[in-house]
Design a protein around this ligand. Sequence first.
Ligand code: MG
Length: 419
Amino acid sequence: MQPPNLLTDYDAVGFDADHCLVKYNNVELVKFLVKIEAEEFVELGWPKEMAEFDYENDLPVCLNATIFDIDNGLVIKLAKGQEVIQAMKGINKKLNKQEIESVYGTPPIFKNYQWPNTTHLHQNKGAYWVFLTYFDTPKVAVVLKAIELVNSGKTSKTYFDIAVDLRTMVYRFYVHYNEKEVHPIATFGKYFSEVIKDPSRFIQFQPELRDSLDKLRKAGKKVFLGTNSHTEYANLIMTATLGDDWRSFFDIICCACRKPLYFWDMKPAPFYVVDPKMPNLKGRAILDANDLSAEPHQTYIEGNSKTLTHYFERTMGIYDREVRVAFFGDHYITDAHAASTNPGWDGIAVVEELALFDPELEDGKESQHVITDKSWGKDAYFADGTRGNLKLNYFIGQVEDSARYMLPFVRNIDMWMGQ
Ligand SMILES: [Mg+2]
């Protein structure tokens, strides 16, 4: 398929923030997350050994798009047809073909997984947790270490407890807001406080993106941000990426936007005007596109793609045809796939691993890839096997089917803005 032309194919272009517009130093981030997540497990009652990592050997297990098969205590990689092509029962402790078939049958199929789910947490009923994006890959090392401890009898915890503790940890680290209130991130969990101290340790400043976003807006495109991060963290990471005036590059900004529900909820959430006086920061609720401000650079909490599409129709005067929207995101399900389910919308997947195959796309910047060859085999992210018998990664196959296109970094979009 031909790559898109953002200037001629679309009326509006939207971006996810984390691992999309915002480029993290992945090696630094993944190392840091493995450390604090394992430490949290120790606080949740795991043996101290849990937090002992040999990063040189252990980090290469952190492969994107793997699945924790909770019932069987394995981290697996799937190929097309949900075939299990690799499995580990500990850090770099791989199962051979016979062992895999003894668990999953011949051919070995992981039948429990159902696209487009990301987790299924019912004990002994085909439970699983899918690791997608660079925020999830550190969990692979943590889970494999925990599986080893369960298998060695050094803990009375079970495989299912690993998932329960993962969920507790996610809530303690990242879920700093609920319906009633938003907690300041500086005093919430082990993650945010460290990023606040020195954002540049984790996030790359990308001044060149300012030109790309400017070019889109000068060409008459509506440019918007749709991030699940709440307003305070979104401000921190976007400032680190573009500078203090980052809002000036967007017509509309949606924070805490509940993807994938943003794209397909049967009961779409309103756009809440930010009100610092409210404990949950939610001011006036807007559900009618006519009530959204025509002034650019507005920040809202939540919102939904249907109302946003009407907003584009109204503000751009497009009534005789479908509005065409491109949405960039690194999450294959909640960004690329979910956005694509809207009429006129194309999801575009940000797949950093692609840069390993085309160094020209690196743009001279330090990409900081977590190289997983040592644990999963050379270039195993996209396909496993030998020439002539390559088996495509299941999730890459799914994203190929649902997204219009893939690219490694948003800073590559200039090549899609030809005349
Ligand atoms: Mg993201």
